[in-house]
Design a protein around this ligand. Structure first.
Ligand SMILES: C[S@@+](CC[C@H](N)C(=O)[O-])C[C@H]1O[C@@H](n2cnc3c(N)ncnc32)[C@H](O)[C@@H]1O
Length: 289
């Protein structure tokens, strides 16, 4: 632990606040790298402690902030960690920083699956850091999870995150193209969730450098219309889902109508667009007839 004066820390925070609008990033840096949460800061103010303990040297913390500002590098990649739901996950350049919007997939899954006493087999296609799959098995101990990713490095991070968070062994990891590595589960999957790469070319090209220069293109880019991967996932779904099994997809704000048509053409009903907290039609769900 590195001791500094509280006054010195607050002076630096005020100085940064005067220069940037990116206050959330500053709090994230203090938390993930410095080991000081927002609540710690409030308590420090109230109790007027003279000293504060940082997880790293203050000089080093300041350097990390400069790295963030100069390169537009997300704090999560600088610290190698990210919060998601109630977890702290390891993230590297090989995985997408799990987004807060995606947290809703876990709620949708819990809402549509009536799992009282049944063993549910679910697949998380393109698991990345493992965020969705880990949450689902942690919150539904009788569910069996299968997490896939084409990127072996991403899959290793997901496995590491699972080992750190959970003592349960009800989640397995498979490397390969979407459903392909799950051939032994053909016709046995009750639920599949996926936040696939769905960003269309014209949008991808204009992404801010904090995303384009640091997050894996493979995790974001969905071809010319953004639907390249979604089409593959939907067309192979009937082979893997049980009759009555659900597919939940995250999508770009303008893709849900097309996705519903694709689902219908591939034997799905109970089609629905679900809005995220900002009113964007971010999720499309359907049930295999
Ligand atoms: C948008 S990220 C989602 C990551 C994580 N599920 C989340 O929500 O934060 C998409 C993921 O799909 C993976 N992916 C891309 N192409 C794939 C493919 N053909 N088969 C399987 N996974 C793929 C990427 O490596 C990436 O981890």
């Amino acid at each position: 632990m590195y001791e500094i004066s509280t006054k010195e820390l607050f002076l630096w925070i005020t100085e940064i606040k005067n220069r940037t609008k990116d206050i959330d990033a500053l709090y994230l840096l203090l938390d993930l790298i410095g080991g000081i949460t927002k609540s710690d800061l409030i308590l420090l103010k109230i109790n007027s402690h003279e000293k504060v303990f940082l997880k790293i040297n203050f000089h080093y913390l300041k350097k990390k902030w400069i790295e963030h500002i100069q390169l537009s590098k997300p704090i999560q990649y600088i610290s190698g960690s990210s919060y998601w739901r109630n977890f702290k996950l390891e993230v590297t350049k090989d995985v997408l920083i799990p987004r807060v919007e995606t947290e809703q997939i876990v709620e949708i899954a819990k809402y549509i699956i009536d799992s009282e006493d049944k063993k549910i087999v679910f697949a998380d296609l393109g698991t990345g850091s493992g965020s969705i799959a880990i949450s689902l098995v942690e919150e539904n101990r009788n569910w069996i999870g299968l997490a896939t990713d084409i990127d072996i490095n991403a899959l290793q991070i997901a496995q590491k995150n699972h080992q750190k968070i959970s003592l349960e062994s009800n989640l397995s990891f498979y490397c390969g193209n979407w459903w392909e590595p799950l051939i032994n589960y053909a016709g046995k999957i009750n639920l599949a969730v996926s936040n696939p790469p769905y960003i269309p070319r014209n949008v991808y090209e204009k992404l801010p450098s904090s995303v384009k220069d640091f997050e894996p293109k493979r995790a974001l880019y969905g071809g010319d219309d953004g639907l390249y991967h979604i089409k593959q996932i939907i067309s192979d779904a009937p082979k893997f889902l049980v009759k009555g099994g659900w597919l939940i997809l995250e999508n770009h704000f303008d893709q849900s109508k097309v996705i519903k048509n694709l689902l219908r053409e591939n034997g799905f009903d109970s089609l629905k667009t679900i809005n995220d907290a900002f009113g964007v039609g971010r999720f499309t769900i359907g049930r295999y007839k």
